[in-house]
Write a new protein. Structure first.
Length: 106
């Protein structure tokens, strides 16, 4: 991302040309491709370059992976707790006060 930002600062005309060529390869007429490239560059030059050259559609904030990981961990723990709670409740209701590993004497 920093490399693209530096390239945009160094020579924006070359970056617009690259963007134009990208949209021409996508099937737009040269004049339309140039118009699209210029409009996207005016709106957000870095986002336009990242999407066309690297396929990055959204720049993720640095905290997002941490939040996603914590959320996933909590969800996993809750999902695992449900069958565990059911198993404990059912075994306690079926044999109150007895261990399931003992057999009754004959």
């Amino acid at each position: 991302m920093e490399e693209e930002r530096a390239q945009l600062a160094a020579d924006p005309a070359v970056e617009i040309d690259e963007l134009t060529a990208f949209y021409e390869r996508e099937g737009l007429a040269p004049s339309r491709a140039r118009e699209v490239a210029e409009q996207l560059t005016r709106h957000d030059a870095l986002a336009a370059q990242l999407e066309s050259e690297h396929g990055i559609e959204e720049v993720m904030p640095p905290t997002r992976p941490v939040v996603e990981g914590v959320t996933s961990g909590i969800t996993f723990a809750l999902g695992a707790a449900i069958p565990l709670a059911i198993t404990l409740a059912v075994s306690a209701a079926v044999e109150p006060g007895r261990s399931s590993s003992r057999r009754s004497p004959r």
